[in-house]
Design a protein around this ligand. Structure first.
Ligand SMILES: *Cc1c(COP(=O)(O)O)cnc(C)c1O
Length: 372
C-alpha cells in the first residue's frame, strides 16, 4: 500500500460538483477581483471564527505582514519594537516581524506540547517588548488564560498566527471561542495543504477592530481606500474571487473534515506503541484540529527512511529553525535547546480528511514495526 503525506483530491463526488459549480459561477459572472464571492466568504469566515471583521488577502505571509503593518500605521507599534514569537514556527511568522522592522524575540516551546512554553515568557520581557505572536502550530491551541494575563500584565498586544488551526476551539468561562478570535488580530493562510485550503494561494486577517480591518484592506490594495487616491505605499495582496468561491464551499465542510482528522489522531494515540517513538501530549479534542500529526524520534531520519521504504510519505516540520537559517545569520549565536532538539526529532506522519481506515492502520502497524 502507498500512503501519500496528504491527498488533496475531493473525496466525495458531491464536493467536486459543489466546488466546480462555485468556480463556474465566478467565471460566468466575469468578475474576478474584489467582488461578491470575496465579500460572501469574508462574512462567512468572520462569523465562523467569531470576529467582527475578516479581510481576504493574497496568502498567509501577507496576512501576517499586513496585520503587523496596520498596527504600525496606526501607531501601536514602531521600528525596533520586540515581538515574542515561538522559535519553532514556520519561517513566514518570523519574516512578517522582521520585514516590518520589528525584532523577533525567540521563545522556546515545550518538548511534548510543541507550542509556546508559557513558563519561559516572563524572562523575555524588556522595555521594548510590545507584542506576542502566538502560533497554533500543528493545529494545537497555543492560547491560555496565563498567556492572556501575561499580555495584560505587560501591556502587550496579542497576535495569532492561525495558519495551521482553522476550527480549533478554546473554552473560556463556558464560552467556546475559536482560535483566530482570541487576540487583537489573527492571520490565516489558505494554502492548499492547510485545514481550510484554497486551490491556490489565499489568506485573511480577522479582527474586532474596525480601524485595523480598514487599514489592512487599504494596504493590500496599493494603499488606497478610494480609487486612485493613495494614503500609503501599499502592496497588491487580495484574495481572488475564484479562491473565495472554493473556500466558501470548503468552509461548509471544515468541521466535518476536522472530525475525520480527530478520528485518525485518536487511532494513532490509541495504537501507536513503539519505545523509539514519542507522541506529543494529547489535548482534548476541541484544542487540536490536527493540521499535522507530529511524532518525535531520536532516530528521526531512520524512522523516515523506514517509512519511505514501506511507501509511506512523511515530512519534517521543520528541519532547520529560523535562528539557524542563512537569512537570519544575526541570530546564529542563540541557544534554543528545545527548538533545536525538535528540529532533529520531529516527523509529521500522514493525516488528512481523505485518508482511509486501511491507510491509518497501515501507517500505525508500520511505525510499530520500526526498530530504532
Ligand atoms: C503556511 C503558514 C504560513 C504562511 O502561509 P502562506 O499562505 O503559505 O504564505 C504562516 N505561518 C504558518 C504557521 C504556516 O503554517
Amino acid at each position: 500500500m502507498k500512503v501519500n503525506f496528504l491527498d488533496l483530491k475531493p473525496k466525495e463526488a458531491f464536493r467536486y460538483d459543489e466546488i466546480m459549480s462555485a468556480v463556474r459561477g465566478v467565471i460566468d459572472s466575469a468578475w474576478f477581483v474584489r467582488g461578491e464571492a470575496v465579500s460572501r466568504f469574508e462574512s462567512h469566515y468572520a462569523e465562523y471564527i467569531g470576529s467582527q471583521y475578516c479581510v481576504g488577502v493574497g496568502n498567509g505571509l501577507d496576512a501576517l505582514t499586513l496585520m503587523l503593518r496596520a498596527y504600525k500605521e496606526l501607531g501601536h507599534l514602531s521600528d525596533g519594537d520586540e515581538v515574542i514569537v515561538p522559535a519553532n514556527t514556520f519561517i513566514a511568522t518570523i519574516l512578517s516581524i522582521t520585514s516590518n522592522g520589528l525584532t523577533p524575540i525567540f521563545a522556546e516551546p515545550t518538548y511534548d506540547g510543541l507550542v509556546l512554553d508559557m513558563t519561559k515568557l516572563e524572562a523575555l520581557v524588556t522595555s521594548r517588548t510590545r507584542a506576542v505572536m502566538t502560533v497554533h502550530l500543528y493545529g494545537r491551541c497555543a492560547y491560555s488564560q496565563s498567556l492572556s494575563s501575561f499580555c495584560e500584565r505587560h501591556g502587550l498586544l496579542l497576535f495569532e498566527d492561525n495558519a495551521q488551526a482553522h476550527g480549533c476551539v478554546y473554552e473560556q468561562d463556558g464560552l467556546m471561542r475559536k482560535t483566530g478570535s482570541l487576540g487583537v488580530a489573527a492571520a490565516h493562510s489558505f494554502y492548499p495543504g492547510k485545514n481550510l485550503g484554497a486551490y491556490g494561494d489565499g489568506g485573511a486577517v480577522t479582527t474586532d477592530d474596525c480601524d485595523v480591518a480598514e487599514k489592512i484592506r487599504s494596504l493590500g490594495n496599493y494603499g488606497s481606500s478610494s480609487k486612485y487616491i493613495y494614503e500609503y505605499q501599499g502592496v497588491n495582496s487580495r484574495l481572488d474571487e475564484i479562491q473565495a468561491a472554493v473556500l466558501d464551499v470548503k468552509l461548509r465542510h471544515l468541521d466535518e473534515d476536522n472530525r475525520r482528522r480527530h478520528e485518525i489522531a485518536s487511532f494513532y494515540y490509541d495504537n501507536i506503541r513503539n519505545d523509539n517513538v514519542t507522541l506529543p501530549s494529547r489535548l482534548s479534542d476541541h484544542l487540536n484540529v490536527y493540521h499535522l500529526f507530529p511524532v518525535l524520534a531520536k532516530n528521526r531520519d531512520d524512522l523516515s527512511d523506514f517509512l519511505k521504504s514501506n511507501d509511506i510519505q512523511t515530512i519534517c516540520h521543520y528541519p532547520v529553525p529560523a535562528h539557524q537559517q542563512e537569512c537570519y545569520k544575526q541570530y546564529a549565536g542563540l541557544s534554543l535547546p528545545i527548538t533545536e532538539r525538535l528540529s532533529r526529532e520531529e516527523l509529521s506522519i500522514p493525516i488528512g480528511p481523505a485518508m482511509t481506515d486501511e491507510e491509518v492502520r497501515y501507517v500505525t502497524e508500520t511505525i510499530n514495526a520500526f526498530r530504532g
